[in-house]
Design a protein around this ligand. Structure first.
Ligand code: DP6
Length: 327
């Protein structure tokens, strides 16, 4: 009998140009393209074992049986893998993150990237990176960007079903650091999956999506040319545009708290003083403070001085999802 188990590893990523809203929610074809950086040092490790004797899929997250909603989402994803591989066995999935969940570091991105790789290998498939990225997208949109390494672009290609991500530049292309300033450790009240479904209710979403190709061009060029000033301006604009959509959706959501705003203001002021630093914020109150590596220690020290900053998690550009030896 073939070995029906495999283990894989993936990093989460931080979007410089954000994914917000889907053309097709079921297959997570995004309304606009996005660009991100994988986060080294932060990781999901996932083991999958298909077993004919199981009566259902099983999922352990951080050593505990996972809640029903998480199991259902993983089961749904495994159904796709089973269809692709032509097998019908259920699977035992064990997944661990080495970073806290629900703090604005997208654990679903690294989790589904690692799951896509481990599950396909366990099922006997060896997919090329593009197909793996496309598959990971079905589990969580941003997971398609955690499959390739370094600086990554996810293209929409006119709402095509084959929408996938690819690497723009390897991790050592540019020595950036993401200092994630944690101001709230609670799970976010409105998750991104729900947020995507509300995006179209904002009158600002159409303008945000229509302008996305321009922002993507500027961001892509800034990364390729290692032009921090251009990257900083477009990243902050894009983050602010996404939050403007979120605040003006129905129902309206406000992810920021006073400490979030304090950090945004400080970061902009520090850049005015000449520090190579900028911010971006996902669907939560914590702030990703992006900085050139040479100034990262100075920025970390300053972040710790801001009232409300509980912790700063640091990450450099990370590599692609890859297989691990099966335990
Ligand atoms: C704000 O990929 O978490 O982080 O596809 O429903 O899993 P699902 O959503 P998800 O959305 C990420 C939203 C974001 C921006 C981004 O990462 O591009």
């Amino acid at each position: 009998m073939p070995d029906l188990s495999a283990a894989a590893f993936a990093h989460p990523n931080i979007a410089f140009i954000k994914y917000w809203g889907n053309c097709d929610p079921e297959s997570r074809v995004p309304a606009n393209g996005s660009i991100s950086m994988n986060l080294a040092g932060l990781e999901s490790r996932t083991t999958v074992m298909f077993d004919e004797s199981l009566a259902d899929d099983e999922l352990k997250l951080q050593g505990e049986p996972a809640p029903g909603a998480a199991l259902a989402r993983v089961g749904h994803f495994l159904d796709v893998v089973r269809r692709l591989a032509g097998i019908d066995a259920y699977a035992k999935v064990v997944s661990e993150n080495n970073f806290p969940m629900g703090v604005g570091i997208a654990s679903s991105a690294s989790a589904f990237a690692a799951l896509a790789l481990a599950a396909t290998r366990a099922a006997g498939l060896d997919l090329p990176e593009i197909e793996l990225s496309r598959l990971a997208r079905l589990g969580s949109g941003s997971a398609c960007r955690s499959v390739p390494g370094g600086f990554v672009e996810w293209q929409v290609a006119g709402c095509e079903e084959d929408s996938h991500a690819f690497s723009l530049a390897p991790p050592d292309h540019w020595d950036l650091v993401d200092n994630v300033a944690i101001v709230d450790r609670e799970h976010k009240r409105v998750g991104s999956t729900e947020g995507h479904t509300m995006a179209h209710t904002s009158p600002l979403q159409r303008a945000r999506v229509d302008d996305a190709p321009r922002r993507l061009d500027i961001c892509r060029r800034a990364i390729l040319d290692c032009d921090f000033e251009d990257l900083a301006e477009i990243m902050e604009l894009d983050s602010n545009m996404m939050h403007a959509v979120i605040m003006t959706s129905e129902p309206s959501v406000m992810y920021w708290n006073p400490a979030t705003l304090a950090i945004m203001r400080e970061v902009t002021a520090w850049r005015g003083e000449g520090l190579p630093v900028c911010y971006t914020i996902d669907a939560g109150p914590n702030v990703h403070v992006i900085v050139l590596a040479e100034s990262s220690d100075a920025v970390q020290a300053r972040l710790h001085q801001i009232p409300g900053v509980l912790e700063v998690i640091t990450a450099r550009p990370g590599g692609p999802a890859h297989l691990l030896p099966t335990p």
